[in-house]
Design a protein around this ligand. Structure first.
Ligand SMILES: [Cu+2]
Length: 642
């Protein structure tokens, strides 16, 4: 289903010619070189576009600089990229406050070392971790009444198709689920309300897009008809996969409506090509909508199959099976070309698809999508209320809650601020509607973008963070690997004002920014958080059951409850450590030399490790997390008898 106004070199309209030029220029560009092939994106066919470099407006007084002791006013949750973690930043300072390990081991907290973290991460039958790499891209948080409720955040692992949940009370990962029959799990978004029961006004599902189409079930074959992608729904509480939808094309980013009824994913490969030139051969692709209530009704009615060894119900969301609007589970809306981000406007009315290889943004009106599913709108593509030109390489869009959108232009190395209502008016024929409000140069090649509270009903239009993929000359050179540049922009005024550059380790991709009042993290663990907790130092000791030995120990600065403990060579040792300190910030570490053991226990936290005592000798177990004037003296001895 390709469009009827495909731009070609022979298209004589300015619009068609420019679009062809833009897409061709973009396709041929090498990464890292700023787009200069077509810098007229601010020119004749885009109304009222200021010159490329935005004049710096009068400063609004906002500053990224905080005096010592001053607290940030926003939390930023940043995906950690290859490090497989979620990072917590304070904003506007950009200070990194914490890294929460999820998919890959982390030496600070002993993630992947402790039994508790290994159970969450998943192990092979031999007890070793199944995976030690991750590739996180997108993080989003749970909602209540259209705003963040501070319960959970979720983050994806593209490599191994896993979704992790972060508890936002303790700021720890507590569950990881692998999506069956999915490769390249990319976009992720929680729902914001139940589609059927409006009394359920909070997140109960998380939607996950499968980017790579694979043979279903997976087997070596060149039969392209067998390659398809799945869109998955994960239960927010149990973290089990509720259902999947088999689709044509692929899933990239994901968005959800505020009423809970719709989710959507942009599709850059409706061609279902295997090579890049195939994937960009068509001039239009799609934004694929899912009717959540109908999908769940179909699952309930048993209208599903299963794939391979997975028991997850899979419904049919392909084009051929969903032509009748009044029974369709899915709707494929035609948008140009290899679209990337899809974002929900905080006025709850629109999803906006960024064109990537087309210099346009497409605005889809959600009430019209519901009308189509109800049979009240004849053509699904009539849900598009505007398709307007923004500049080269539009990727992602954020919002200020005042009717303006902010879209990254990867090739122009800019952020463009534009007014949604005026863009719709312009598209409807009012050529005096100057929808482009401002442009600002960023440094360089921006990908993700987000504004404070952007995709909530409480979008407050104060700060905009821009994830620049290249930093080039912005920081001291440190060899061939450059930091990436997260730039902070003040959007409280008419003009955008660049406030700060923040270097970050590659490569964060996406992030969300929310008011600090929406989170109330705990400072001390509940002792019962871990059922293995040793509540009294007197319970400490070495307990033998054949070759299995349990060592129970507590910490209380500056001592461990066992000054030494003896095990025998070949024993399987499980060491349980509870930190009985109750004081905020009094964390201890526990390391065993030559045994690959190092982890921490926060106040009132319990953690355990299991290992084979395969090396005889004396091993000084020591506290690795500074805790006390006698921190260096805080030790125990493990004596492994031959
Ligand atoms: Cu200590």
């Amino acid at each position: 289903m390709k469009n009827d106004h495909i731009p070609t070199p022979n298209d004589t309209t300015v619009w068609g010619r420019r679009r062809f030029l833009n897409t061709a220029a973009l396709a041929g560009l090498t990464l890292g070189t700023a787009a200069c092939a077509d810098k007229e994106s601010g020119g004749a066919s885009t109304p009222a576009a200021p010159a490329a470099a935005a004049p710096q407006a009068a400063h609004t007084g906002a500053s990224a600089h905080l005096k010592p002791g001053e607290l940030d006013t926003y939390y930023g949750l940043w995906s950690g990229g290859h490090t497989g973690d979620l990072r917590v930043l304070g904003l506007p300072s950009g200070r990194e406050l914490l890294r929460i390990p999820c998919f890959a081991p982390d030496a600070l907290v002993g993630w992947g070392i402790t039994n508790e973290s290994k159970k969450i991460m998943g192990t092979k039958p031999d007890g070793h971790l199944r995976y030690t790499v991750g590739d996180t891209h997108h993080t989003h948080a749970s909602y209540k009444d259209g705003n963040y409720d501070g319960r959970y955040a979720w983050i994806n692992d593209k490599i191994n198709s896993r979704i992790a949940r972060i508890r936002l009370d303790y700021f720890v990962c507590d569950k990881i689920t692998q999506l069956p029959n999915v490769q390249g799990f990319h976009g992720i978004f929680p729902d914001k309300r139940d589609p059927v029961d409006p009394a359920i006004n909070h997140t109960t599902r998380v939607f996950c897009g499968g980017e790579f189409s694979i043979p279903l079930p997976n087997a070596p074959t060149e039969d392209r008809a067998r390659y398809q992608s799945l869109f998955s729904c994960v239960d927010a509480e149990t973290m089990e996969v509720r259902w999947q939808v088999q689709i044509d094309g692929n899933c990239d980013l994901v968005a959800t409506s505020f009423d809970g009824k719709l989710a959507a994913t942009n599709q850059y490969n409706t061609e279902m090509g295997a090579h890049f030139e195939d994937m960009m051969s068509a001039e239009r692709d799609a934004c694929l909508f899912f009717n959540i209530a109908r999908i769940e009704a179909a699952v309930k009615a048993g209208k599903f199959k299963t794939i391979g060894t997975s028991k997850v119900p899979v419904v049919d969301g392909t084009r051929a099976s969903n032509k009748d609007a009044q029974t369709a589970l899915t709707a494929y809306i035609s948008v140009p070309k290899n679209p990337h981000g899809v974002n929900a406007s905080p006025d709850q009315k629109y999803f906006i698809c960024a064109g990537k290889l087309s210099p346009t943004a497409t605005i889809i009106e959600l009430s019209k999508v519901l009308d189509w599913f109800d049979g009240k709108l004849a053509k699904i593509d009539d849900t598009i209320v505007a398709e307007v030109e923004l500049g080269l390489g539009p990727l992602h869009t954020a919002f200020d809650g005042r009717g303006n959108a902010y879209t990254t232009l990867f090739l122009d190395s800019q952020v463009v601020k534009w007014n949604v209502d005026k863009a719709i008016a312009f598209f409807k024929g009012d050529k005096t509607a100057n929808y482009v409000v401002d442009r600002i140069d960023v440094h360089y090649q921006p990908g993700h973008i987000n504004a404070s509270q952007s995709e909530t009903i409480a979008a407050d239009g104060k700060y905009l963070a821009v994830g620049c993929k290249f930093s080039k000359d912005r920081f001291l050179p440190v060899g061939p690997l450059h930091a990436e540049n997260e730039q902070l922009i003040d959007i409280s005024g008419e003009k955008m004002v660049l406030l700060a550059d923040h270097p970050v380790r590659g490569e964060p991709h996406d992030f969300i920014i929310f008011k600090r009042e929406l989170l109330s993290p705990k400072q001390v663990y509940d002792l019962d958080h871990n059922p293995l907790a040793i509540k009294d130092a007197k319970e400490s000791g070495v307990f033998r059951n054949g070759k299995k030995v349990t060592v129970k120990m507590t910490s209380l600065a500056p001592t461990f409850s066992l000054r030494e403990f003896k095990v025998k060579r070949g024993d399987e040792v499980t060491l349980i450590l509870t930190n009985l300190d109750k004081i905020e910030d009094l964390t201890h570490g526990f390391a065993i030399p030559n045994y690959n053991v190092n982890f921490i226990v926060n106040p009132q936290e319990t953690a355990s490790v299991t290992f084979i005592a395969d090396q005889p000798g004396v091993f000084w177990c020591y506290c690795t997390h500074f805790c006390h004037a006698l921190h260096l003296e805080m030790r125990s001895r493990m004596i492994v008898e031959a």
